[in-house]
Design a protein around this ligand. Structure first.
Ligand code: XMP
Ligand code: MG
Length: 178
């Protein structure tokens, strides 16, 4: 595999399509096991998690529903500090088992602000799955229940993740070359 260019930056191959798909299968198997007797409402956070949510959802064998919301806290390569809701939630979570699907948790700010909005609806349970976690950067408390890969503090693109809107289309995940 070769480096790619997105806007003005160069990125090198980091996590391959095979590694991503294998790990997603394992995550889904854990959910199938842990929620075997339940119906789960998955909430995927747009835009970044659209590929992850799609591939993950195809492995589920439990009764499941999925809905999408759109939150944004990023501008370019850095968290902007404010979290806005661009598309809201359209399902009632009262007494439901809810699992949030996120592409990447960095500072934790996005979910730290969003999770209380879900808890406000009194779900029966609420858990978080993230494909990627920049663990050393997380400063806002977030309870992450299932993690695909813990990664260092380097910007990544591909597999739904973007740099200023571009780079989402790649099947592999690429890391910024500094
Ligand atoms: P926080 O800091 O709120 O960030 O946990 C979560 C959101 O920030 C975006 N993010 C990234 N997007 N490459 C990206 O394409 C990255 O390396 C990266 N780090 C954080 C992402 O939208 C996530 O939902
Ligand atoms: Mg995101």
């Amino acid at each position: 595999m070769e480096t790619i260019q997105v806007h003005d930056k160069v990125f090198k191959p980091y996590i391959t399509e095979n590694q991503i798909q294998q790990r997603i299968k394992e995550l889904a198997e854990n959910i199938n096991r842990d929620y075997a007797e339940q119906t789960v409402i998955f909430i995927a956070i747009l835009n970044g998690s659209f590929m992850f949510a799609s591939d993950f959802f195809k492995h589920l064998t439990i009764k499941s529903e999925i809905s999408f919301i759109k939150l944004a806290s990023y501008k370019g390569l850095k968290s902007s500090g404010t979290v806005t809701t661009a598309i809201g939630l359209d399902v009632d979570l009262h007494n439901k088992h809810v699992v949030v699907l996120e592409d990447i948790i960095d500072t934790g700010k996005t979910l730290h602000h969003f999770i209380p909005q879900l808890e406000h609806q009194h779900p029966a349970s609420l858990k978080i799955v993230t494909l990627l976690h920049k663990a050393e950067m997380t400063q806002y408390p977030v309870q992450i229940d299932y993690t695909g890969f813990v990664i260092p503090n380097k910007f990544v693109v591909g597999y739904g993740l973007d740099y200023d809107g571009q780079g989402r289309n790649y099947r592999d995940i690429y890391q910024l070359v500094e």
